[in-house]
Design a protein around this ligand. Structure first.
Ligand SMILES: [Fe+2]
Length: 183
């Protein structure tokens, strides 16, 4: 991707998000890019997927439903869970065509296949980027190349968090967790 394209995408993300979430997106992009070589991922793809992952997070429900029609009860009851799939749709409209980048954006909310390094990296970095102030122990695991272990811990923590707050867990996340625990 040309640097001018990248600048235009940064502006688009800035326009669509609060200052705080924009800063989070930049941190995810930069952290993912920096850690990518340690886990065998292309740094440019990691930066792009990180930059765009929350593109749809601040859309009104109506818009989320339009971009990503709900496919199950959890999605109907908790529309924010659709922001991954809706973000993918927005990224496609912006001209992003890389199937891995698009799949990583889509999967960062409900989880990706445990054999998809870019998707796993973005999922973990989203929860562990330095500005979050927690899950920081996952970053050294990534630096050490232990991507699958970091991802399993991240998914376990997300599920524990949702359960502790009484929020239903997406069926896709349950399936991913089952696979990770069987691996
Ligand atoms: Fe995020």
């Amino acid at each position: 991707m040309k640097s001018t394209d990248s600048t235009a995408l940064v502006e688009e993300v800035k326009r669509r998000l609060s200052d705080e979430r924009f800063a989070h997106s930049i941190r995810v992009a930069e952290t993912a890019r920096d850690l990518a070589p340690a886990v065998g991922v292309d740094p440019a793809k990691a930066y792009l997927a990180g930059l765009l992952h929350d593109l749809a997070k601040e859309l009104p429900e109506k818009e989320l439903f339009r971009l990503a029609p709900p496919q199950n009860e959890v999605e109907r009851a908790h529309p924010l869970v659709l922001h991954g799939r809706a973000g993918r749709a927005l990224a496609e409209r912006l001209g992003v065509t890389d199937p891995e980048v698009l799949a990583a954006i889509e999967g960062h909310v409900v989880g990706v296949e445990p054999g998809f390094p870019l998707g796993m990296l973005i999922y973990v970095v989203d929860l562990a980027e330095p500005g979050r102030g927690f899950n920081q122990d996952l970053l050294p695991l990534l630096r050490a190349g232990r991507l699958l272990e970091a991802y399993r811990r991240a998914v376990e923590r997300k599920v524990a968090y949702l359960e502790s707050r009484g929020i239903p867990v997406h069926p896709r996340t349950r399936e991913v967790l089952r696979r990770l625990e069987a691996a």
